[in-house]
Design a protein around this ligand. Structure first.
Ligand SMILES: C[S@@+](CC[C@H](N)C(=O)[O-])C[C@H]1O[C@@H](n2cnc3c(N)ncnc32)[C@H](O)[C@@H]1O
Length: 400
């Protein structure tokens, strides 16, 4: 304890207890103590951090979650609990404190995280509950395409230190956290602006974006959000520490129902897009290019498509491909691999997984068992039976 105090640790007594608990033997304790004396974060030294009552794994080279982020986590938890099966994304996740806590406390949540640094993602994988998906890449770019227009809550602690304030940061942060985890351009808002620009493509109607920043940055961030023209409600939440603030931006809710005078004007465009997906189902889907052909943005197209047809363009394409594959399995003797390629899948594994997801059986079993049953059915009934139903859309079992 005396050594820690000499090294400048304000809470030397508590830190000594934490180090003793983490060390297996006196040698280990000596090693850990020396690292802490040299200025490493206590959390890096002991390999764990506690936030909002949860213990998370962390290691050297990772950003250490700050206690002020409890404001963002609490606000995000409340948003998540308002929804039945929320789709949650934590961007710039680091070791993923927010997504982990939501994943642990809201078991119905479907959780995705992204970060461009693979180092903290090793710990994110350890922390997150099973089923959560980890994506590595810049901004929201690495999210899977089927999430477009489907995210209910997108939250982030992006880096937000202005470049000119780097020198004012505590020494342990300057020496033991990566610069891109902290600093984001001259005003600190480069990553905030990136997320504000990218988020509308991914958010569902009524979806919420929450971004942590310093209170002084909130007016500029609000102006940037307004400048995108994409959000409905915009506001800020102030932390009790007098420094932390959250920007809260919501996507406009579901478009109003069509008037009796006729369908919404973009319905014609949506039908055109759907027809094109039907026709070109074997080609790769490029939502941005498709959207341009009908003069819509990719995000708007994905959102409106989901509103009208109950699934994203990507998911609709997958259903069409499986539908076509079912017809080929029933009416031709082409091999399963050949059919998989013919309908646009590039890997038999993905084909088989998608097929099973929709129908509950692999293509080979469908060919063996399904054909007999279907051949003896009147065509109008067979058509209904053979149309794939996504599991979540299937009616509940009778008596449920
Ligand atoms: C301030 S830390 C926050 C980490 C975590 N959310 C937390 O609170 O502990 C910012 C994180 O953003 C990541 N990051 C910075 N710029 C990024 C970018 N352009 N794309 C993706 N991730 C980025 C860093 O690797 C870092 O993990």
């Amino acid at each position: 304890m005396a050594r820690l105090r000499r090294a400048g640790c304000v809470f030397a007594e508590q830190e000594a207890a934490v180090l003793e608990e983490a060390a297996g033997d006196p040698h280990e304790l000596e090693r850990l103590c020396a690292r802490r004396e040299a200025g490493e974060f206590l959390e890096h030294v002991v390999g764990s951090v506690e936030i909002c009552g949860e213990r998370l794994s962390i290691g050297s080279g990772c950003f250490v979650p700050r206690q002020r982020t409890a404001l963002l986590i609490g606000t995000a938890l409340a948003e998540a609990r308002r929804r039945r099966r929320p789709v949650i994304v934590e961007a710039c996740c680091g070791i993923a404190p927010l997504a982990t806590i939501i994943g642990r406390r809201v078991p119905t949540a479907r959780v995705h995280v992204t970060d461009h640094d693979p180092c903290p993602l090793v710990h994110a994988r350890e922390n997150l509950p099973p089923g959560a998906e980890v994506h590595c890449g810049t901004g929201l770019g690495p999210l899977p395409p089927e999430l477009a227009g489907a995210v209910d809550l997108l939250a982030a602690v992006p880096p937000y230190v202005p470049a000119g304030q780097w020198d004012l940061m505590p020494r342990e942060a300057r020496e033991h956290e990566p610069v891109p985890a902290l600093v984001a351009g001259h005003d600190g808002l480069d990553e905030v602006r990136r997320l504000l620009k990218e988020a509308p493509h991914w958010l569902a109607p009524g979806g919420v974006l929450l971004l942590e920043m310093h209170r002084d940055q909130a007016p500029s961030a609000l102006a940037a959000a307004r400048g995108t023209g994409a959000y409905g409600e915009l506001g800020t939440v102030d932390g009790e520490d007098g420094e932390t603030a959250l920007l809260r931006a919501t996507m406009p809710a579901r478009a109003p129902a069509p008037s009796p005078a006729g369908p919404a004007p973009d319905l014609v465009l949506l039908r055109r897009v759907r027809d094109r997906i039907d026709r070109d189902h074997a080609q790769p889907l490029d939502v941005e290019t498709l959207a341009r052909t009908v003069h819509l943005s990719g995000g708007h197209l994905s959102r409106r498509f989901r509103e009208e047809y109950g699934e994203s363009p990507y998911s609709y394409l997958m259903t069409r491909r499986i539908e076509r594959a079912m017809a080929l399995l029933r009416h031709t003797d082409r091999s399963v691999t050949d059919i998989c390629m013919a309908v646009g899948f590039s890997s038999p594994g993905t084909f088989s997984t998608r097929f099973k997801e929709l129908l509950g059986i692999p293509p080979s079993v469908y060919r063996e068992q399904g054909v007999e049953v279907l051949d003896s059915m009147p065509p109008c009934i067979a058509r209904r039976v053979t149309r794939p139903i996504r599991k979540r859309e299937a009616p509940p079992p009778s008596g449920a």
